[in-house]
Structure formats: C-alpha cells, structure tokens
Write a protein that binds this ligand. Sequence first.
Ligand code: ASP
Length: 443
Amino acid sequence: MDKRQEKKTEQTKTKKPMGLTTKIFIGLIAGAVFGVILNYLVPAGAVKDDIIVNGILYVVGQGFIRLMQMLVVPLVFCSLVCGSMSIGDTKKLGSVGVKTLLFYLATTALAISVALSVGNLIDPGLGLDMSSIQAASTTVATTEATNFADTLLNIIPTNIFNGLAEGTMLQVIFFALIVGIILAKLGERVETVGNFFTQFNDVMMEMTMMVMKVAPIGVFCLIAKTFAGIGFSAFVPMLKYMFAVLLALAIQCFVVYLGLLKVFTGLNPIIFIKNFFPVMAFAFSTATSNATIPLSIDTLAAKMGVSKKISSFTIPLGATINMDGTAIMQGVAVVFAAQAYGIHLGMVDYLTVIGTATLASIGTAGVPGVGLITLTMVFNSVGLPVEAIALIMGIDRILDMTRTAVNITGDAVCTTIVASINKAVDRDVFNTSRQKKAVEIDR
Ligand code: ASP
C-alpha cells in the first residue's frame, strides 16, 4: 500500500513539469481566444471594460506578476551566494578552475551579444503596441540617460539593505557574489551560514514551484487582457520572438561553440556534435541541466576521451552557473519587450543587459522554467515592464527545452577546450569513436 502510494507520488512528481506545461499552454490558447472574442465580439461597456478586462483579468494577472516579482530578490540572492560559494572552491583546482570560469563567462557574454543582434535583426516586438494597454505599470525611470560612470558606480551599494529593498539587482548581485566568495574562503568556520543559504535556496526553489502552479491562470488572464486590447496583432510578434530565440540558439550552438572548439582544440566539431547528441536530446526532453550531469560526464569520457578528473568538476559547475541558452532567451526577450512597449534602449542599457544576464545565468538554477524568473531581474535592470513576460511565458516550455540543450552543450564544449589545453583529452578515443559508433554508452 505504502509502496504503491510512494510510486504514485513519484509518478506524479516526474510527470508534474509536463502537466504544468500543458496547462500553461492551454491557459495561453484559451486566454488568446477569450481575449479575441472580447475584442471583436463583445461590445464596449461597463461589464466588459470595468468588470472583466480592467477588473478580474487585471487583478488576477497582476497578482500573478507580483508573485513572480516577490521571488526575485531572495531567489537570486541565495542562488548567487550558493553559486559563488562553489566558484570560490575552484581555487582548489587552480588554473583549471580559472580557465573554466573565464570560458563560462566569455561564452555567456557572447551568447547575449548574439541574442541582442539577432533580436535587433528580426525585430520581434515591432508591430505590437503594448504601451497603450498597460501603461500603468511601466517603469521607464532607469532608461533615462544616466552616464556610464554613474552606472558603473551604482553597482556598489552604499547600503545593501536599500539595494535589497528596492530590488536594485546589480547591487544585490555584487553583494551576494562577495558573500559567497568569503563563505568559500572561510570554509568550515562559517559552515552554519553556508548551510543557511543552501537551505534557504531550497526554500526559494520550492516557493518558485508553488508560484508556477498558478501560472496557467495568471497566463490566461494576462494574455486575455492583452488580446482583448489589441486583437490578432499579437500573434505574429510572438512567433517572431520564438523564431529569433531558436535562431540565436542555433548560431550559438553551431557557429560559436563549434568554432571555439575547432580553434582551441583542433578537434573535429562534427564528431563532437554527433557524439554529444544523445546528451542534448536528454537535456531537451527534461529541460533540466542538473539531470544531465552524469550522462554528460560519461559521454565526454567514453566517446570524447575527456578526462573525468576535469569534467567531474567543470560539468556540475557549468550546470549551476553557465546558462548560455538561458541568456540568449533573455537577450531576445529584452529586445522584444523594449520594442513592444516602445522603450528605447541605448548602449549603456545594452551593456547593462549583457552584465545582468551574464550574472542572471549564474543565478539561474538548472531546472525547468527558472530562466523566466531571473528574466524579471534583467528587465528591471533597464526599466522594462515585467508584464511582457506573460506573452513569452505561454510559449516558453519549448524554448526552455531547446535552451537547456544549448546550456549543457556550452558546458561540454568549455570542458573539452579546458581539458585539451591541459592535455587531458585522449584524441584516439575522440577520433575512433566515429568508426566504432560508440559502444560504451547507448542511452
Ligand atoms: N531549464 C534551464 C536549465 O535547466 C534553466 C532555464 O533557463 O530555465 O538549464
């Protein structure tokens, strides 16, 4: 009896992400249909405007947005402290740690640049005029021309509690990174504080899951309100956004990664991608970087000849702090939202986005959907309204799956490069696995 129950809960646990995704998707479609009906078929009047659109839909939709915003500061703070604690440990590994870190940060910054370029090429948000419907909550303050020196100086908080209270993310990030590094440095002496942050991080992850449970209703209301205001004109921008994210992910994976691999190791990129493909497929189907860690380490060792000594450190670290695919989604989302709300982003804003999204990628946990939560902090950093996330959320699962595959490919490429620089790649294994069609792992 007990066992059966256990099995049942286990089954529902493993099924839960798919179930939720379907529900969110249904929320999106139903919301769009309802909104279009409201827009085209229901005549204007007190019932439609005051009770439905600006009453129920507005209150429930905004309530959901507020729940998401509520998570951001504590979630990012804790996961950054934990993330930088594990970076602090890299000292043990000396040069491998430093090189890995550099590659992880550089590839993420590159990823966002690719995303911003593709976003500006495809213009996913043009033609979508959101500014007219949700002007109330738009915060444009930070986009006003602040000079570069002040923007830089503003990263250092004069009072971290002000930074936390106002949600000034770069200050929060700055402080969290230092706390994490010090915790790692002091080690056992501050074990209790370290454990506190690790456990509080778990609490925040659980809270995130709870908030995501009401996402289908939130998405329904937000989308319905949007479509009630602008009708069909929102469809094409959403499809364009999706296409832009997928294109940028493909460029990062097949041009940037494989190019870097060729340049730094001389290894054949085609063999690499062929051998690594099962891991990518696994990441795609689970949308969870964390779950792919063992398979990734095994595949790199068995098919690519990468020393486990290196990969057993760099792959888990990458799954925690290196999320290039997520950063790409966030970069395109920034362009999308800015265009949809008619907010002009200048050079300083773009640099802020590159900085914040790189750090957000460190603060994003390797589980489904968290990239959307940390996206609020990227939006906040340049004064974009977080309501835009509602449009994106309904179609996010498929993008989440794809970006997770890119996230872990980035970890594997950096690992192979660092291993190759340290002469820890068995090139015979790498090259012969092509002919042998890899007998070691058949997952
Ligand atoms: N699902 C992603 C991962 O696990 C994180 C995200 O972008 O939401 O890598």
